[in-house]
Design a protein around this ligand. Sequence first.
Ligand code: KIV
Length: 276
Amino acid sequence: MYTQLEQRGMPEPPVNVSTLCKMKTEGEPIACLTAYDASYAALVDAAGTDLVLVGDSLGMVIQGHDTTVPVTVDDVIYHCRTVARGPRRAFLVADMPFMSYTEPAQALDNSVRLMQEGGAMMVKLEGGDDQVEIVEHLARHDIPVCAHLGLKPQSVHKIGGFRVQGREPDKAREMLESARRLQDAGADIVLLECVPNEAGQTITGALDVPVIGIGAGPHVNGQILVLYDILDITQGRTPRFVRNFQAGCDSPLAALQAYVDAVKQGTYPEPEHCFS
Ligand code: KIV
């Protein structure tokens, strides 16, 4: 019975929380990507990605909204369920959408739905100190949690745009303290979005759990990007941290492999993708 999760007829065992912690300890960069459907999820997995996120970025890249705010729990479950049929090895994380985790009981109910109906292995939520109680409650019920700090896209209307966070020394200190509290509350991963390299480095060094960055510089334990951004599907201006991995590749799989190789070899991100 227990071998099912470990084997599934694959050359390598599936990634789990312990694998990710071991990668941090051993200094092996963790390559992560978003995915929203089974076909792309299979490619992302075949490329050697360690972690796949069904991000609420689906509201923007799939549904065509300007923000992630309109995304619902049912939307994430639908996409997560399709993605779960793709990967064989990658660890599957699902986003908790806007206002789906305002109270501990509500957060627990929605996490259970994402795991039972969507097939997620971990949930991700945005927030700092304000989410410590929620993370504690989920962790107490053995729900694996990724805590998302820095730029929190669900707060876009409150913060007035998608901006770099933690540039001021007091804000950087606050972020570090929040990261520590979230880890102590039971978060298994911390994700940092759009923060200066220095904040990425300091928080990564201060935590025992893996720190994954998107626009958080080269010193974090792993990188994540939005799939459609790196495949050059996203039209218009992309964020500074995005690199087009499709350029020079003759297939989406080759582009995804180029991304994974670049993360593993430390050739992405370069200074032009980072904030100071
Ligand atoms: O929703 C998403 O895709 C995310 C990534 C930007 C990390 O949260």
